[in-house]
Design a binder for this molecule. Structure first.
Ligand SMILES: *Cc1c(COP(=O)(O)O)cnc(C)c1O
Ligand SMILES: [Zn+2]
Length: 608
């Protein structure tokens, strides 16, 4: 049977036999590309079946470089939703904004479409093992398909790859190596690994492109065989956007549509080689040595398909834009909250670019704009938490739930995350009414007179010590005071302490407090000042309290941005409580957390 495709170098056009190389050119090391005889394909293609069969990547089999369907390694990739993003569209004045949710693929990323073709080819060629370099998603995808094909898989990723991706890769049974370098170095090492051991090299090469074309097919199909005006997609190696464009170009060649979309590629400021090349009007690019971005999936300093994607963007009369990490994380929140599509940071880059360009009047309101949400948010659960508040913890008492809702504690936390460093007071406000006004403006909450008085006193106290009050400071003070006011009774109030450290980290502490209605003055010894002070306090109490966990975090966003202590306490009845406190001084933070914990234990949980 005559093959409908051949492999040629994208740069020097040298033809390659796929057994010889299906990755890079053996003469110039340029990327290979698969070229088809579309007349031959048109003869084989059953247009009616294609238009009526349910959406899936596999139904486009005639357009993949696979000879024998019995070798297919598939997890039923593709067929992902194209969501009409009406809420975001309304915000930006776009009537036809769409999100293609590629996070719905088997391993949570579009890579599965390419991996289907790649691993099928590996099986066809009788690969004894597979090796791949990845920023994480390709690792998860290739290891999943290798597992399904029963072929061992070696994976190289940069150290610090997001948790979800590592966990997937290890669980699929890949032989995973973390390299203390960026992705592009991993890619070079994987290539050497393939040569030295004769493994099948997976990665951003031409067979992957062939599988990922199905994103392009599906976009057209889901828009009822119409072409969008713009396709917006993050660029790492550029393989994916190139594949999408190739898929759409093929449907145009085969007569399904009559025009092509403009491409909008997106990168971040921390890894922008394609943006720089585009702005200089070049077809080649300079590598970025140490990419640094929260969008780890696009952190490819030397994009393997950089030359291809630059040509595509120019050919389509599109553009390439960059955003910064902070803007991206906010856009990730916005996309998720408005449309319910939770993407990892790279997956929200397309929306971020559309938002940025909309602000510059780039689009017409009726333009059909498709954003590629490339990866699932669960892949990288930590990144959004960088800008989200910690969730509230409450005692198991319905009053606490009421308090959360009635005092609008959710709103305090939510608004506290925006403009944290904004300075609210540089000199003492006139009275507590001034405090109430600021609380209403900044946090959308109203508090009673007693609470605003207490906040006023605290704010004034800090200002007298020469400290300005930022929004994060006020949020911290507000939460502390709301907490205190929610106690029926305070069983412990520390009034003063002294600590002294001797040689060998031995420490002694002296503490003055009121405990269960009595003045106490206690001494303690410990391995450090915090330990000694807590020992003294424990002795001063007439009840037994155990400290069962103690965590210290530096650089919390509370007052003076200093030390945050999180303490878990347990009492004789088995009640547990987690108490937090922040202070520039670790001993003060620890004592306050202990004091708070004891008060919660006895006032809230035992009703004293
Ligand atoms: C791989 C990946 C990208 C980048 O795709 P390229 O083909 O490298 O341009 C973008 N987003 C996610 C989630 C990815 O996994
Ligand atoms: Zn070449």
């Amino acid at each position: 049977m005559k093959k409908a495709y051949k492999l040629k170098c994208f740069l020097c056009e040298k033809e390659h036999d796929e057994q010889e190389s299906a990755t890079t050119c053996t003469s110039c090391h340029g990327p290979l590309e698969t070229y088809y005889n579309y007349d031959l394909i048109a003869q084989k293609l059953n247009t009616y079946a294609l238009k009526t069969a349910p959406i899936s990547a596999l139904k486009y089999m005639a357009l993949y470089p696979i000879d024998d369907f019995k070798n297919i390694v598939s997890l039923e990739e593709g067929g992902t939703p194209l969501i009409h993003a009406k809420n975001l569209g309304k915000k930006l004045g776009l009537n036809n904004l769409y999100i293609k949710n590629e996070g719905m693929n088997p391993t949570g990323c579009f890579k599965d479409r390419g991996t289907m073709v790649e691993i099928t080819k590996a099986k066809e060629m009788g690969a004894k093992a597979i090796c791949v370099a990845s920023t994480g998603n390709m690792a998860a995808s290739v290891s999943a398909y290798s597992a399904a094909a029963g072929i061992p898989c070696y994976v190289l990723v940069p150290e610090g790859t997001p948790l979800g991706k590592l966990s997937q890769t290890l669980t699929f049974g890949a032989r995973l190596i973390q390299v203390r370098a960026s992705y592009s170095t991993c890619a070079e090492l994987a290539e050497q690994m393939a040569q030295r051991f004769g493994y099948y090299l997976a990665g951003d090469y031409t067979f992957r492109t062939e599988g990922q074309k199905s994103e392009g097919y599906e976009i057209i199909e889901q828009l009822f065989w119409r072409c969008p005006d713009y396709v917006v997609c993050p660029i790492g190696c550029g393989t994916n956007l190139h594949a999408i464009f190739k898929g759409i170009q093929e449907l145009e060649k085969l007569g399904f549509i009559r025009r092509l979309p403009k491409l909008i590629g997106v990168q971040t400021e921390g890894c922008n080689p394609v943006v720089k090349a585009f702005e200089a009007g070049r077809l080649d690019f300079d590598s970025i040595k140490n990419p640094r971005t929260v969008a780890s999936a696009i952190a490819a300093g030397t994009p393997l398909d950089g030359a291809k994607i630059l040509k595509d963007v120019y050919d389509s009369e599109g553009t390439v834009v960059e955003v910064d990490d902070e803007y991206l994380l906010e856009c990730q929140q916005e996309q998720t909250r408005a449309e319910g599509v939770f993407s990892e940071p790279s997956g929200a880059l397309a929306y971020a670019a559309v938002k940025k360009l909309s602000g510059e009047g780039f689009f017409n309101e009726d333009d059909v704009v498709v954003c590629m949400a490339t990866g699932n948010g669960l892949k990288d659960p930590k990144s959004p938490l960088k800008i989200l508040p910690e969730p509230a913890s409450v005692e198991p008492d319905f009053k606490e739930i009421e308090r959360f809702i009635e005092q609008k504690l959710y709103a305090v936390r939510e608004s506290g995350r925006i403009e944290k460093t904004k300075v609210l007071f540089t000199k003492s406000p006139k009275d507590s009414k001034a405090i109430s006004k600021v609380l209403a403006d900044e946090f959308d909450i109203s508090v009673n007179g007693g609470i605003s008085e207490a906040i006023y006193r605290s704010v004034t106290g800090f200002l007298e010590k020469g400290k300005e009050i930022t929004k994060a400071d006020l949020q911290y003070i507000l939460e502390e005071i709301l907490d205190e006011f929610s106690l029926k009774n305070r069983v412990l109030a520390i009034s003063d302490f002294k600590v002294q450290t001797t040689m060998h980290d031995q420490a002694e502490a002296e503490v003055w407090a009121e405990a269960f209605g009595k003045e106490v003055h206690a001494y303690g010894k410990g391995v450090g000042p915090v330990d000694a002070a807590i020992q003294a306090l424990k002795d001063a109490l007439k009840v037994k309290v155990w400290l069962i966990d103690y965590e210290v975090a530096i650089d919390a966003s509370g007052v003076d941005a200093a030390v945050e202590v999180k303490m878990t306490l347990k009492n004789e009845k088995g009640h547990r409580v987690v108490a937090r406190s922040t202070s520039p001084d670790i001993i003060v933070a620890s004592l306050k957390a202990f004091e708070k914990g004891v008060n919660i234990l006895y006032s809230k949980l035992e009703g004293i």
